[in-house]
Write a protein that binds this ligand. Structure first.
Ligand code: URA
Ligand code: CA
Length: 440
């Protein structure tokens, strides 16, 4: 006979001391939190232990399975080549807005559940909601129909699909317990496995603006996520990408939609394009929509010939948004106050503190400081100089987009402190730090 599971407080105390806890007790603890028997305080205490001591693969799996079981699971294989992607969270990371329609243009049916901003990082749902009219709260049957008929749908976690992650995500955000590899892996993979797509592309961010401090930690996190997918028979490809400086030149919701629009029209910042191409290629190859080794070239072509843009227009229209946002900058809301941040001296940019810039954007209103705060779609930053770019004293190195002059002035100082300078030329750092797969 199996032993009875430990009580919630015993799971927390034993975990805090580093004593053995069986996976069944972890599963029972998570279930009891989901049904209201264990409190949010208990779950937050356990998450803090996970941040400080780590979570084993077995416990991560128990948490993942319990989160998946908190709602329905979708099966999408009958629709053909299906794909989903996720990033572990970065600053200015607009990749989904480009990579999702790009993968759709390559023949992948993209079915994705996204999150809102977490800590200093942005969330795809907040970015999409900067598009006038766009709905991220589609009912599950409409989501599935849209995957079938339009070939692309991106929604927020719902009350039916992984509701447990929606609650846990908000609790972690409010209690400073986001950065634990096991908690991140369970949060990401519960959404990907319940979402039902066959091919999964993971972008694991590494660096000072990410939840993984360096490439080695990110690689371990990628391996853990791929291992969680193994028994489910999904095809996982992962990328480790640098998040020491923000991705692209824009940070903030409407600004990032505009940046994605530039990329979908064949332009935009080269790092955003490079990452979107890598993600779309991984998805298209893993889903079997294009031959092995051909994804990148096909993706480059789809950005340049307008086919990714056409998919993006169909997608936004299907979710009640204004498709003009991709071609008419006037279709997006704009901040009433825009000020520049001048360079204090000549030189080169040697570092752009992604976390500090993410915090400045969050403080301006692009993210949340309290869980029930709404985000300001127009708030954010434009980075005119990235690492390796030259600076000229007195010329603008960034722009602040704000609601009012007071906020703009304060953010100006925050941004200036995030720009590190060198008297010598600096090489731009590489973006892609590793790639791999964890096929079942
Ligand atoms: N993205 C998620 O969905 N969950 C996390 O915990 C971190 C990033
Ligand atoms: Ca960006």
């Amino acid at each position: 006979m199996e032993d009875a599971p430990l009580a919630p407080v015993e799971v927390i105390e034993r975990s805090r001391r580093g004593d053995d806890v069986d996976a069944g007790s972890v599963a029972a603890f998570v279930r009891s939190w989901l049904d209201g028997t264990a409190s949010d305080a208990q779950m937050a205490a356990w998450c803090m232990v996970a941040c400080l001591r780590g979570l084993s693969e077995e416990h991560t799996r128990a948490l993942t399975d319990a989160l998946i079981a908190s709602g329905d699971r979708l099966e999408l294989a009958r629709f053909g080549h299906t794909g989903d992607r996720h990033s572990t969270g970065g600053v200015g990371d607009t990749t989904t807005l480009v990579a999702a329609p790009l993968a759709a243009a390559l023949g992948v049916r993209v079915a994705k559940m996204s999150g809102r901003g977490l800590a200093h990082t942005g969330g795809t749902v907040d970015k999409l909601e900067a598009i006038p009219g766009f709905r991220t709260d589609l009912p599950v049957d409409r989501f599935v129909r849209q995957v079938r008929d339009t070939g692309i749908a991106v929604i927020a976690q719902t009350a039916r699909l992984v509701p447990g992650d929606r609650r846990l995500y908000a609790l972690r955000d409010a209690t400073g317990t986001v950065p634990a590899a096991g908690l991140i892996a369970a949060s990401v993979m519960s959404k990907k496995l319940a979402g039902g797509a066959e091919a999964i592309s993971l972008d694991v961010k590494a660096g000072r603006g990410a939840f993984f401090a360096d490439a080695a930690e990110a690689r371990a996190g990628a391996g853990l996520m791929a291992a969680l997918a193994g028994p489910w028979g999904r095809r996982v490809r992962w990328i480790v990408s640098a998040m020491d400086q923000p991705l692209g030149r824009s940070v903030g919701n409407a600004l990032e939609v505009r940046e994605a629009a530039d990329a979908l029209r064949g332009g935009g910042p080269p790092d955003l394009r490079e990452l979107a191409v890598a993600v779309a290629a991984d998805l298209a190859e893993a889903a079997g929509a294009v031959a092995e080794g051909e994804g990148a070239e096909r993706a480059e072509r789809a950005l340049d010939d307008g086919s990714a843009l056409a998919c993006a227009e169909r997608w936004v229209e299907a979710q009640d948004g204004d498709p003009a946002v991709w071609t008419d900058p006037g279709a997006l809301p704009r901040a009433p106050v825009v000020v520049d941040v001048p360079a204090p001296a000549d030189g080169w940019v040697s570092g752009l503190d992604a976390r500090g810039l993410g915090e400045a954007a969050r403080w301006l209103g692009a993210g949340r400081l309290h869980p029930d705060q709404s985000v300001d779609p127009v708030a954010g930053l434009e980075l005119l100089a990235k690492v390796g770019d030259p600076l000229v004293a007195g010329e603008p190195m960034a722009m602040v987009h704000a609601r009012d002059a007071w906020a703009a002035e304060r953010a100006r100082g925050m941004v200036a402190r995030c720009v590190e300078r060198s008297q010598e030329p600096v090489d731009p750092p590489p973006l892609l730090l590793g790639r791999g797969r964890g096929d079942a």
